[in-house]
Design a protein around this ligand. Structure first.
Ligand code: SOE
Length: 377
């Protein structure tokens, strides 16, 4: 018999769907002591929340997140709302003794993040932030290869996250689907939305970032605001690039934009070390490219590892070798790890405290771009 873990989901957009799917699937594939129960979904629009609940089979609906948090039958609060609401909901949930799972980025800025970390640590409640790409099997395998020391001393880390969905100057900002363009709701543009993923993975694979120098650009300066109906200044960064030093002495190069025509979600990273290199690309997410200079010279070249065998991370739980999994599975893996850690009394990485480090790098990047100077993290 599994123990129920009653989930209260706040927000029912794109991320609400990815998380709900993960809760529903996880125990079908992973043997775990706990089983998530879709107890309640919360959203301000009752009709939409009801429709979401019906589609995903949530047992009940709330329209006020405070009421959801006050419910005795909810164990964990999952925050899938715009970034400017994360802190208030997470802190209240922790104070009420609930576990908290929060969408990325953790917060609007490090100051908010600090308060969120203090709240979960004081309440001693399990917490995690959904930086899902760590749990793409090929990315988890990259972590394993780095940890085994196969690359030797690391010299370079470079990463990009390219999209093209905001090029149209007539696209409005703000409101349900477009809050990512509204600085008041998102905090920043590509830095918090896309580079945050690159930074989280980079810190995980290559350690802390010491300092940064950055530039940002806002290509479309004014957009109609869906909430006010007026044309308003755009406050987000449409593109951002930065250089950095990692604490281990390696150099980093990061770039993100929503203006790279032809790229939908081209998240890539490459690591170059003394003995070898690793390369990964979200558009081909089940492959990890690996080069080992110690291979015999006549066969030396890039290994194109198809990460589907049962001895590769997470893959023994899915199909048979050669058959791939995809984007949604990264969320299933995060829940599977969360449930396993919960049973073992361990923290699930990235915790709020770990995600705060990413927030500090984002802040240093934005400050550096503003002041045109190097910033320490
Ligand atoms: C933005 O388009 C977005 O949906 C991000 O918010 C997600 O975090 C990223 O994984 C995909 O792109």
């Amino acid at each position: 018999m599994t123990k129920p873990l009653n989930i209260g989901l706040v927000g029912y957009g794109f991320m609400g769907r990815t998380h709900s799917n993960a809760y529903k699937r996880v125990n079908d594939f992973f043997e775990r002591e706990y089983r998530p129960v879709l107890k309640a979904v919360c959203g301000r629009d009752a009709e939409k929340a009801e429709a979401f609940a019906a589609q995903w089979q949530y047992e009940s609906v709330e329209t006020d997140w405070q009421k959801l948090i006050a419910r005795q039958d909810i164990d964990a609060i999952d925050i899938c709302t715009p970034n400017n609401t994360h802190a208030e909901i997470a802190i209240a949930a922790a104070e009420a003794g609930k576990m908290v799972l929060c969408e990325k980025p953790l917060s609007m800025d490090p100051e908010e993040g600090e308060r969120m970390v203090a709240a979960v640590e004081q309440a001693k409640v399990p917490n995690t932030v959904w930086y899902n790409y760590r749990r793409v099997p090929a990315v988890t395998l990259a972590k394993q290869l780095v940890q085994e020391g196969r690359l030797g001393r690391i010299f370079h880390y470079r990463s990009q996250f390219l999209q093209d969905w905001t090029i149209d100057a007539d696209l409005p900002q703000g409101g349900a689907a477009l809050w990512r363009l509204d600085v008041g709701a998102a905090g920043s543009g590509v830095t918090g939305d896309l580079l945050a993923h690159c930074i989280d993975t980079a810190i995980w694979l290559n350690g802390s970032i010491r300092d940064v120098t950055a530039m940002t650009e806002t290509f479309v300066k004014e957009r109609m605001h869906n909430l006010t109906g007026k044309v308003e200044k755009v406050g987000i960064d449409d593109a951002c690039a930065f250089l950095c030093h990692f604490e281990n002495g390696s150099l980093g190069l990061f770039e993100s934009t929503r203006y790279a025509r032809g790229h939908k979600a081209l998240y890539t990273f490459e690591i170059n070390g003394e003995h070898g290199s690793l390369r990964w690309d979200l558009h081909d997410l089940h492959r990890l490219e690996y080069f080992d200079h110690r291979d015999e010279s006549i066969i030396r070249g890039w290994h194109d590892v198809h990460v589907t065998d049962g001895d590769m991370p997470y893959m023994d739980k899915w199909w048979v070798p050669g058959l791939q999994i995809g984007y949604e599975h990264t969320f299933v893996h995060q829940v599977a790890d969360f449930l396993e850690d919960l049973a073992a009394g361990r923290a699930t990485s990235p915790t709020f405290a770990e995600a705060l480090e990413t927030q500090k790098v984002c802040q240093a990047v934005l400050s550096s771009a503003e002041t045109a100077s190097w910033m320490s993290v």
